[in-house]
Design a protein around this ligand. Sequence first.
Ligand code: APR
Ligand code: ZN
Length: 350
Amino acid sequence: MVEDVDLDEPKAGEVLVKIGAAGVCRSDRHFMHGDANIALPAVLGHEGAGTVEKVGPGVTLTKPGDQVILSFVPACGRCKSCLEGNSNLCDLHMATGPFMLDGTTRLHKGGKDIHHMGKVACFAEYAVVPETGCIPTNSGISMDKAAMIGCCVPTGVGATMFSAKVQPGSTVAVVGCGGVGLNVIMGAKLLNASQIIAVDIRESQLEFAMKFGATHSVNAADRDPVAQVKELTGGRGADYTFEVFGSAETVKASYDMCAKSGTVTVVGIAPMGAEASINAVDLVRNEKTLRGTYYGSARGRTDMPTMVDLYLSGRLNLDDLVVRHYSLDQINEAYGDMDEGEVGRGAIMF
Ligand code: APR
Ligand code: ZN
């Protein structure tokens, strides 16, 4: 529902951003469907970029006029997770969730507080965000590409680079080839995987995945995807498998199609309470590694500018990734297109 709400001035350490573009990501869909929890009412949108309009007291990380990519995990730099180099898991951010870092909101309507998804809430013309959630680029890249670097790029490319650490010459299978999965494919290509198998239930997504570096495709709707991936890898399975949809079934399939001594990386967020069963003996006997990754284990402040450079040097194909543009009024149409299985990523433009 598109409606007017009140937005406070930025407080100390906060920034008012005029949103330029916001990506249409499945994570917002999870909240809309109740598959994930967020305090309501809330303004969604967590994949965004814009221009700093105004800064609150004490802000030093950015200034008015900066082009910024928004991070949905503003990292405090002081907690145990940040100090250990896992700023994507910042303890202070996790403890305050959809509130600002002081535990209050800047969004209101009729005396009621409205929550901020990921402290970003960029399905709106303006957002107040923590300064630590603003990553200045000033690269002049178009806002839709910058927005992608706020979520699907670090999540997908980061999963290959920082979480799984895909080795050159290895084989990779990617289960789910939407906006995030295509970035996993691009990451695997960048890291010189020898074989990149795209797995999806839609032929259109599989065809599209070839543009981003997939070397083979497996239609999971036709026949057991585990058997098909094994056939393509000489019976072994893939060295690295990535789950990029978010269901117990696809987590299990990603585990089962992983080779001996391989790594299974779960990127997708399954509905709350989902449990995937794996063969406990196989885990040991085949020395598999099963891990999750949040925000691609990327450190936004340093890794997002790197992703901008990778795009600018032609090694990340974001130009083909963003295929649809909408106005904010068309947001339901945008999510309808995702449900219909349209390929690539959509972006709301402001
Ligand atoms: N097997 C393989 N692929 C599947 C299956 C399945 N059983 N079911 C759905 N898919 C495919 C869809 O056809 C689609 O191409 O998974 C893809 C999901 O893509 P998007 O809807 O674009 O979702 P995306 O935004 O990429 O997010 C994927 O990552 O960050 C998380 O919360 C996000 O859980 C979500 C996941
Ligand atoms: Zn997202």
